[in-house]
Design a protein around this ligand. Structure first.
Ligand SMILES: *Cc1c(COP(=O)(O)O)cnc(C)c1O
Length: 391
């Protein structure tokens, strides 16, 4: 049996967009209220307050109404001025990509880079900051998703705080799936979104902002105003009791509230534990099948996505096409420099359930075997089950 490209997939085990929780879909289907109606304004305020409890930024989180690339670009444009010196910590495609936005203001950008299968060492950050006392902004990506690697942001944040620079972190694909928030990682501008581990569709950005980051953005004469990229517009409108500078994504806010309610009802620690267990089961299965993960060391591997190295002689795009045609399972490719070198299995939100590790392993192993790279699928399943059953 083959699934046609036009057939709806059976399992979407991607790294984003991800499957959404049914409760989120019900939230999205709620009545669309007028944005100036007091009932919607109360909803918006409630969502912001609930966000504050999970983002843990010094001030009320700001929501921007587009998927998180909007917030990354807005954060760079608002925070970074011509006179800034940015230390950009590059460990993968997203952190490298931030350089373009950081440099757009005319700021000088210094790069501290590691190979895309490794992570940033906080000691190297300390050395770079000592060598460059002029650095005013440090930027990092927590989970560089196209590599499936996790940077030690809390330890990096401690070094940045000691130096006195402003710390900007892309935590889009880690927040909600593991223990990370603005306070614990010493982040001044914490950029995330509900469309990865909170199990929402892409459509909103979430920003956790420290007092220091607000002061810096307000002092930046080139920070966007009257613009879709403006963070300050949203803050100002709110302060002056004109809640929105333009129409918010009403339905997405309803979906986000459902996602936060689910997250809080399940308990963040339990949510993180099932992400971690799913990823551990997946990695055990990968190893038992004689395959390798992309991260150079297992301790670098993300709990929200597993990047699997492609064996020599296998075409990555053909492999994913075979997985979809044979089993109806959708996995993610690499991006940029990692494209063609790895396949990614997402464990995000509703797909961070241990049994989905078994689904992904059997689909991956079956398709690899069919393409001529024989792997022991049974050994992979047994190893993953052993991890799941021991938990
Ligand atoms: C998903 C993601 C984003 C959002 O960007 P898209 O490329 O549009 O999906 C930003 N940063 C990281 C690390 C992500 O994983």
């Amino acid at each position: 049996m083959r699934y046609k490209p036009s057939d709806h997939p059976v399992f979407t085990l991607t790294t984003g967009p991800v499957d959404a929780y049914p409760a989120v879909l019900r939230g999205l289907a709620s009545t669309v209220l007028y944005d100036y109606d007091p009932a919607f304004q109360a909803t918006y305020q409630r969502v912001a307050e609930k966000l504050a409890t999970i983002v843990k930024s010094e001030t009320m989180p700001v929501v921007l109404h587009g998927e998180p690339v909007l917030a990354l670009e807005a954060a760079a444009a608002s925070l970074i001025g011509r006179d800034d010196v940015v230390l950009n910590l590059v460990s993968g495609v997203y952190s490298k990509g931030f350089e373009g936005w950081a440099a757009r203001s005319g700021a000088k950008v210094i790069e501290l880079a590691v190979p895309y299968d490794k992570v940033i060492d906080p000691a190297d950050v300390a050395r770079a900051l000592a060598a460059h006392p002029e650095v005013t902004v440090v930027a990092a990506c927590h989970h560089d998703t196209p590599s499936g690697t996790i940077n030690p942001v809390a330890d990096i944040g401690r070094e940045v705080a000691r130096h006195g620079a402003v710390f900007l972190v892309d935590a889009v694909s880690s927040f909600g799936g593991m223990a990370v928030d603005a306070a614990s990682a010493h982040v001044d501008l914490f950029v995330t979104g509900p469309n990865k581990c909170l199990g929402c569709p892409p459509g909103l950005s979430i920003l956790g902002v420290s007092n220091k980051a607000w002061a810096k953005m307000k002092a930046n004469p080139n920070a966007p105003r009257a613009s879709i990229l403006s963070i300050l517009d949203w803050e100002e409108a709110w302060r002056h009791d004109k809640p929105f500078p333009f129409t918010p994504s009403v339905a997405e806010i309803n979906g986000l509230e459902a996602a936060i309610d689910l997250y809080l009802a399940e308990g963040p620690e339990r949510v993180w534990a099932r992400h971690d267990l799913t990823a551990r089961a997946c990695r055990a299965g990968i190893a038992a099948m004689g395959l390798a993960i992309w991260p150079a060391e297992e301790r670098f591997a993300s709990p929200t996505a597993t990047a699997v190295k492609i064996p020599a002689g296998i075409d990555e795009a053909a492999l994913r096409a075979e997985i979809r045609a044979r089993y109806g399972v959708v996995l993610s490719s690499g991006r940029g420099e990692t494209l063609g070198k790895l396949t990614r299995i997402g464990h995000m939100g509703p797909t961070a359930q241990p049994l989905y590790a078994i689904v992904a392993l059997t689909a991956l192993g079956g398709a690899l075997s069919a393409l001529g790279h024989k792997v022991d699928v049974g050994a992979g399943v047994a190893a993953a089950l052993a991890v799941i059953d021991a938990a």
